[in-house]
Design a binder for this molecule. Structure first.
Ligand SMILES: [Zn+2]
Length: 172
């Protein structure tokens, strides 16, 4: 195990988030086994919530699928490993309300809990199976408040309308 993984495992042991993950696995009858990077892998997680194929509590990554699936999807595992690091950075369970707030904000902005969630973006949207937000370009570059209503930022529409339409309107 690399020093970084050891440090992360130690931090999540001390902040009790890994203990919560182990407890959750135990309560839900999810089998645990050792995985790479100092992680514990749970397979066959059954409860309905959370609505995800995999999620992480401390150093415990809980999957609905089996070990063969985990080994076949290293990208997803590295995504979940990044969440494990985020637990360590957030000093353990404070990660959960912070994540929840970011997920709610993302849901409100994009209709998806991950696309504008800073934790999911840092862990890699694609690796976690989240779509990139469709309107990121228009939000970042919009030069006036109602650019979205004007359709600016939509593919093929940015340059033309930016110069021709609304500017004239607002200068009048
Ligand atoms: Zn994620």
């Amino acid at each position: 195990m690399k020093a970084f993984h050891l440090l992360r495992a130690g931090a999540n042991l001390l902040n009790l988030s890994t203990a919560c993950g182990v407890l959750l696995a135990s309560v839900t009858g999810t089998g645990l086994e050792r995985g790479p990077q100092g992680l514990l892998l749970g397979t066959g997680y059954r409860p309905r919530l959370p609505k995800a194929g995999a999620f992480t509590v401390g150093n415990v990554v809980l999957y609905r699928a089996d070990r063969a699936f985990i080994d076949a999807h290293p990208d997803l595992l590295s995504h979940e490993a990044a969440h494990s690091t985020q637990y360590a950075v957030c000093l353990g369970l404070p990660f959960l309300p912070l994540y929840g707030a970011c997920a709610a904000w993302s849901q409100w902005r994009t209709g998806n809990p991950g696309s504008r969630n800073v934790f999911e973006r840092a862990a890699g949207l694609g690796r976690g199976g989240y779509p990139e937000p469709r309107t990121s370009k228009s939000r970042r570059e919009r030069p006036w408040p109602d650019s979205r209503r004007q359709g600016i930022g939509k593919p093929g529409g940015f340059r033309v309308r930016r110069v021709a339409g609304p500017l004239r309107k607002y200068r009048a």
